[in-house]
Design a protein around this ligand. Sequence first.
Ligand SMILES: Nc1ncnc2c1ncn2[C@@H]1O[C@H](COP(=O)(O)OP(=O)(O)OP(=O)(O)O)[C@@H](O)[C@H]1O
Length: 254
Amino acid sequence: MIEVENLKKGFKGEQILKGINYTFERGKTNLIIGQSGSGKSVFLKCMLGLFKPEEGTIKYDGKPYSNFSDEEQRELRKDIGMLFQGGALFDSMTVAENVMFPLKMFTKQKKKESMARVREVLDRVNLEGAEDKMPSEISGGMQKRVAIARAIVNEPKYLFCDEPNSGLDPTTATVIDKLIQKITHENQITTVIITHDMNSVLEIGERIAFLKEGLLAWKGTKDEIFQTDDETVTDFVYSSDLFKKVREAQLKGY
Ligand SMILES: Nc1ncnc2c1ncn2[C@@H]1O[C@H](COP(=O)(O)OP(=O)(O)OP(=O)(O)O)[C@@H](O)[C@H]1O
């Protein structure tokens, strides 16, 4: 569980996050949505300690962090898995070397032990046998799965995903979403996902935080997001064609 209390962050006098209070639950896919520029990435970076907030506290399973000293950062880093936008694999490394990278960084495991763990997580994301391939030799969806394997290889308690679906076709995007959700449930991870993808909201929006102009404007579930009359949310949500269709179907009683 990650509890955020009164989080404030600005740059050069401009307040970007204006006092956010929110709890990301363990074992759930917690989505952050909102218009471009609403502060989603700044929020994520504050939680990771990459930006130091001016005010506020972030509690990781009850342990408070506010100024993120180097030592605190290090301590937290080993419990965090990160799925970057675009996957961000190392092009010059094989699939296995990419997945092994966090093990080298954060553990003292021997090569044989690490390799066994790498095989285990590659199986988990249905990429058995892909160890020796280079990222350029596999599809975008497979690259995403390698990135997921790398993000979970250290058995993180917290998983942060920045636009995990960017650049994927809708079918592959859904497969990736479902995989993240499955791993979240099975490993009881606190998963935080920034997304623009309304299809993801529909598929895996177990908990949704809607940011607007640096404030938490709405929170709820994927079912509740269809029911709300809150115009701030409906304006945003129904600007998506997919949601318009779902709403129309609902109104017709389907
Ligand atoms: N390092 C920085 N220095 C100054 N301003 C920044 C910095 N990082 C972000 N900002 C500003 O903070 C605001 C929110 O940016 P942020 O990247 O969090 O938006 P976002 O909701 O993630 O948008 P998008 O969906 O387009 O990625 C923007 O006005 C941006 O210019």
